[in-house]
Design a protein. Structure first.
Length: 120
């Protein structure tokens, strides 16, 4: 198991998947830095960095397409740059939880996916 010293999770306490990931990590005694991304919105540069850690450059990988604001902004029919701008300006559109450890990241859906980072 990896040293989870630098494990960070973009966290929304009202999200059941975030709470599920937190519970899994608590059960294992893993220290985590939780970032309430709705309060501390990631910059566009940070979004780009996380996409790279996820192994993609497609921001749809972290877009909550079912969020009403996504439809209101017409994000289903727009390009990469517009989606990144929307994610940076409206963090409610960011999928959660996102777990980051070292040079890897996963979207914790289902929450058990966060454990993959600890096994790597």
């Amino acid at each position: 198991m990896r040293d989870p010293e630098d494990l960070t999770i973009w966290f929304n306490p009202s999200c059941s998947k975030c709470r599920g990931a937190r519970d899994l990590l608590d059960e294992r005694g893993v220290a985590v830095r939780y970032v309430r991304y709705l309060d501390e919105a990631p910059s566009r540069e940070e979004l780009e960095r996380v996409l790279a850690l996820l192994g993609t450059d497609d921001p749809r990988a972290i877009l909550r397409a079912g969020e009403p604001l996504a439809a209101e902004l017409g994000l289903a029919h727009t390009g990469r740059e517009a989606i990144l701008d929307a994610l940076a300006a409206n963090p409610i559109l960011i999928e959660r939880p996102i777990a980051i450890l070292g040079q890897r990241a996963v979207v914790g859906r289902p929450p058990e996916r966060v454990l993959e980072l600890l096994e790597g």
